[in-house]
Design a binder for this molecule. Sequence first.
Ligand SMILES: Cc1ncc(C[n+]2csc(CCOP(=O)(O)OP(=O)(O)O)c2C)c(N)n1
Ligand SMILES: [Mg+2]
Length: 342
Amino acid sequence: MVRYQYAGSGFRDWQRRAGEFDREFLLRLYRSMLRIRIIEEEIEKRYHEDQMKTPIHLAIGQEATSVGCCAALTDDDLLYSSHRTHGNYLAKGGDLNAMLCEMFCRVNGCAGSRGGSMHLIDKKVGMAGTSAIVGGAVPIATGAALATKMQGLDRVCVVFLGEAGVEEGVTSESLNFAALKQLPVIYFCENNFYSVQSPLATRQHPDRVIWKWAASYGMPSRLVDGTNVLAVYEVAKEAVERARRGGGPTFIEAPVYRFRAHGGAGDDSKTGYRDVVEREAWEQVCPIKTYHEFLRNAGLLDVRTHERMQREILDETLAAFEFAVNSPNPEEADLYRNVYSA
Ligand SMILES: Cc1ncc(C[n+]2csc(CCOP(=O)(O)OP(=O)(O)O)c2C)c(N)n1
Ligand SMILES: [Mg+2]
């Protein structure tokens, strides 16, 4: 049974708007999505070797949300996220070598090899941190936005959460507080309809439409096609501009679909919690595929440029894996450094 269908209109209305954007910018968005996809596919390919000492949650199929949103941010803006982190980290400009070292548990890891895939951080580019606790990053981003406002900084804080993050009490508290205090924070909800293997319909009442629920806290709330990188960019840009000029928080809900299992490599649809036909239908509106068609139709991307891009990204990816596997393991004496316990 197909439960969740794509309800967007793709790039149909965007073709006539192609000229509004700079070609370099449009290609940069494409490259960024393709890069995330190629890197994650390589992670997936090697995961069974069991050299990566971390659980993984691939965002294959969800690249447009990370890339579209981060294109509206500067390095000074802060990004927080959950357990499905790779796309967020890379789109924000996080260091690939440091990310892979973290996953291989090597000394050059971005979290000192303590955190693995679910705890990525790169302060230089405003990748402020990720949390494996569902909804856990939401109050942290809200607190960062409070600090931003109190210190009078020109900075916007963004937090990615899955639709299950909405079910955590702390998310309600955070939205209420952010609206009350008019904080410069954006709640970006990637609604992929599943929490591990539980469909949304078994977890939230059908009358509770997520973006409308968020609006009831007293903040602008938007629904945007999460497979359309340009639509995401536009909505994020509007929210960022509002936050910067003191206009307070925004909530964004973006329907997306993950093409792989909740965790690990490969797809798990055959276990029966979702229909393979449902996944295949969403693959037809893959954010990279549809945007590629848009660029080709607009005459902005030719076959050779595309092939060169793929080659460059794959070379970069393989070199980063090489760097990670050749980085040393942490020293035993370092085990308790930076570990705090009360
Ligand atoms: C507070 C809490 N409860 C349960 C879990 C176990 N868990 C890890 S990921 C996940 C699913 C979260 O779904 P969603 O927020 O929609 O993100 P998605 O995995 O779909 O990207 C759950 C229940 C957890 N990590 N933290
Ligand atoms: Mg989900």
